[in-house]
Design a protein around this ligand. Structure first.
Ligand code: GLN
Ligand code: ZN
Length: 776
């Protein structure tokens, strides 16, 4: 480290590799093409490259144990021995088979004695997976039970610390803090709180700390992002208790508690009272924290200032950051400050330099993990008084100015349209009661009309054709013909089995968001901008950089072709504005609500063009609406207000006789039912089959007035449901709704299923609907 610099930390980095090397190594291992040893060697190569990359970018506080073969929460479960019986390893250390069985499930027929009973014979399901706070990263939910015993079962943090040290890197190991870890977990017994296990868990952490200290570690990072959530007094007490015990019983090693993804709010006092050596705060999402922590109630604290956005892809304005930070640092003293991204860089792609096909202006505005590290290093030097760094600051200011004034992000027409959004644009012409009569007459559907959610199996042939077309080995005409044949076959088959409302199958779409973003102005797609979603799964979120415009119709010709093949209603299929927003990297120079309204206008154009072309039913999917909920409840209403507003803007430009459908595929509707009702879709389909229709209670209690299609077919499973099962589910639905409100459909799209599964399942579903009609 040059003398004229502040320490720079990263908290964690992308682990998948610049070209998804980890993904490919894992897949080769799972396919039996490489040995466990080879996988471990590949992983260690990636870690070495990661440490070297950080070091050469100017990072001085380099993390270790931020790497994972699958997921850092799963690693923690294994570390502390929270391994459910069915996976349990016999030997001393946990085998990789057990690890991947917890991650991915197992249908092992192998008789390996090193894995638990459940992994032999019929196999075991994977652990539950859910979203990591409000990111698109998914973690494996830890499972606890009453009387759970913990013991150190994996030395991963210690081994990776030593591995780095042998390569010459003194690292700061990262552990998920005990309170966040327990809070993320679940128990089959709902009367029992995982947090009650804290005192049994702490000794394992103490053991790890001792081992690390013995080997020369000076600092350890404890991630406690639950500090930004609504916590009750018991959770706050647990935090104080946990770190008190670590301070008293642990070795002389310094602990940096990392909070991220938001403000500390009413947990600020708790955070500032912990007997640790440092605190990391997210100053991107919570700029006000800077004043709160420099008020200096803890002169002994080292403060890690999270100033570069770890959740987005834009270059920072280093010049204005310097101005903002200088007084705070003067007050605190340089020895008490570290610079860092707001959170781990896990959530951004690796290196913007790998983007060779991006518009050069857009590229010049981007910072992926490597660029962010460099930004931190420059800022650290400038703040320490290094004059040479000032030039780089000026450069970053120039890039910002260029971006702000670029014609590529501003479209005067969009500004005019945004100004012109009025109440009329947000409301259908007539209330639902009236519309439903008009629509009933128009469509003449039977009771319990049957339909599907949109996509049909994305078979290998479909994916190969798309790839061939993208590479140029399949011409536009050939590809077009191929897709039309797929559509025609799907339509014919839907007619044969007797579905009432048909879909074209979405064969032309790579992904429900990417497909639209590729056709809107204001979006860029990357070639290598991969972000880990879970395990080996990566996504490449579109980058929304400028005003959004739909230059020409996107889905109209596909719809027209599909409708020409049948006299049954062909439901058109779109992705909603909130879902597109939530699954993209979004420009940070406008409020998200504004960006979402622009998307709503673009989709509104598509909706109206579909109606003009003759589409009588249009589905606008909002799969990610609930996912976008802020972490703090106090912020929910504001979000739900503008999200609902955007849905109404995109869907209200049609006449009463056009039926608007929407679809949502997640589970907890209780807290958002008011917002869903306010969206005023004529028909909503939701995922309910696995909940035995209990999710419908939120709708029933609310007296949800519009039509609803509760999913009766669990599309996540290859299992083909029987007619009788689906009928039973519909009987449960009928206990909660008027018959005239109900549709019959699967839980979600069928793109991940095989035709062999879909054909019998949907045929059974149609029979179920017929029998229901006959019975009522
Ligand atoms: N229409 C989309 C499909 O059928 C909906 C997917 C989703 O809700 N995730 O695939
Ligand atoms: Zn869905």
């Amino acid at each position: 480290m040059s003398l004229l610099s502040l320490p720079v930390a990263t908290l964690g980095t992308p682990r998948i590799g610049p070209r998804r090397e980890l993904k490919f190594a894992l897949e080769r291992y799972w396919a039996g093409k490489i040995s466990e040893q080879q996988l471990q060697e590949d992983a260690s190569g990636l870690r070495a490259a990661n440490w070297a990359r950080q070091s050469s970018a100017g990072v001085t506080i380099i993390p270790s144990n931020d790497f994972s073969l699958y997921d850092q929460v799963l690693d923690t479960s294994i570390m502390v021995g929270a391994i459910p019986e069915i996976y349990a390893s016999k030997g001393e250390s946990v085998s990789l088979k057990t690890y991947f069985a917890m991650a991915r499930g197992s249908q092992c027929d192998d008789h390996d004695a090193s894995v638990g009973q459940g992994l032999r014979g019929s196999g075991a399901p994977a652990q539950e997976m859910t979203k990591w706070f409000d990111t698109n990263y998914h973690y494996m939910v830890p499972e606890f039970h009453k009387g759970q015993a913990f013991k150190l079962c994996s030395r991963k943090p210690i081994e990776e610390y030593e591995e780095a040290k042998a390569l010459g890197f003194q690292t700061r190991p990262v552990l998920i803090g005990p309170v966040t870890f327990l809070k993320l977990g679940k128990s089959a017994d709902s009367s029992f709180q995982p947090l009650s296990l804290l005192d049994d868990l702490i000794p394992v952490y103490i053991e790890v700390l001792h081992e690390l200290a013995k080997r020369g570690a000076r600092w350890v990072q404890f991630d406690e992002p639950s500090l930004v959530l609504d916590l009750d007094e018991a959770a706050r007490k647990s935090l104080r208790h946990a770190y008190n015990r670590l301070a008293k019983e642990g070795p002389a090693i310094k602990i940096m508690v990392a909070s991220y993804f938001g403000a500390l709010g009413d947990n600020l006092d708790t955070a500032l009272s912990l007997p640790v050596s440092g605190l990391h705060v997210d100053l991107v999402r919570a700029p006000e924290l800077l004043d709160q922590i420099t008020a200096d109630r803890r002169a002994d604290f080292v403060l890690s200032l999270g100033v570069i956005d770890g959740r987005n892809v834009w270059r920072s304005n280093l010049s204005s950051l310097r101005q903002r930070l200088e007084p705070a640092i003067a007050k605190l003293g340089k020895h008490r400050v570290q610079l860092a991204p707001s959170c781990s860089l896990l959530h951004v792609p690796v290196d913007a330099e790998l983007e060779t096909r991006l518009d050069s202006d857009v590229k010049s505005w981007l910072a992926f993990s490597v660029q962010k590290m460099r930004e931190l290093a420059i800022l650290a030097r400038a703040l320490a008084g290094d004059q040479n760094a000032r030039q780089a600051l000026a450069d970053s200011e120039c890039a910002m100015t260029a971006r702000r004034s670029s014609p590529k992000i501003h479209d005067a027409n969009v500004a005019v349209r945004m100004m012109a959004i009025d109440q009329k644009m947000r409301r259908r012409a007539s209330p639902f009661a009236r519309r439903s009569e008009i629509q009933r007459e128009r469509f003449g559907l039977p009771a319990f009309p049957t339909t599907t959610i949109g996509s049909f199996p994305q078979t290998t042939e479909v994916r190969n054709a798309r790839a061939a077309h993208a590479q140029g080995s399949m011409s536009d005409e050939q590809y077009d013909r191929f897709l039309k044949e797929e559509i025609a076959r799907a339509v014919r088959w839907q007619e044969d089995i007797g579905l009432d409302v048909l879909v074209h199958g979405e064969f032309e779409r790579n992904d429900m968001v990417q497909y639209f973003s590729e056709q809107f102005a204001g979006f860029a797609s990357t070639s290598n901008g991969w972000v880990q979603s879970y395990g080996s799964r990566c996504v490449r979120p579109p980058i929304l950089f400028g005003d959004v415009v739909r230059p020409k119709p996107i889905t109209v010709e596909w719809w027209r072709y599909a409708q020409s093949l049948t006299s049954k209603p062909m439901k058109a299929m779109l992705t909603g504005p909130v879902t597109i927003l939530n699954w993209s990297f979004v420009r940070d120079d406008l409020p998200r609500s504004e960006v979402c309204r622009q998307l709503a206008l673009a989709i509104r154009d598509e909706v109206r063009d579909l109606e003009d072309a003759g589409a009588a039913m249009i589905q606008i999917d909002e799969a990610a609406l609930r996912e976008g909920l802020p972490l703090r409840r106090s912020a929910w209403n504001e979000y739900l207000d503008w999200a609902g507003d955007c849905f109404r803007i995109c869907s209200s430009g049609v006449s009463d006789q056009t039926q608007i459908h929407t679809h949502m595929c997640y589970s907890e509707f209780n807290d958002i039912i008011g917002a869903i009702a306010a969206m005023d879709a004529d028909v909503i389909s939701i995922e309910t089959s696995r909940s035995k229709m209990e999710l419908l209670d939120a709708f029933r209690k609310y007296r949800y007035p519009n039509q609803i299609g509760p999913g009766v077919y669990d599309i996540h499973s290859p299992r083909v449901p029987e007619t009788s099962e689906m009928k039973e589910l519909m009987v449960l639905a009928q206990a909660r709704f008027r018959k005239s409100q109900l549709w019959v459909n699967p839980d979600c799209g069928l793109k991940t299923r095989k035709w062999e599964e879909v054909r019998p399942a949907l045929a059974n579903m149609v029979v179920a609907a017929r029998e229901l009609r006959a019975a009522s």
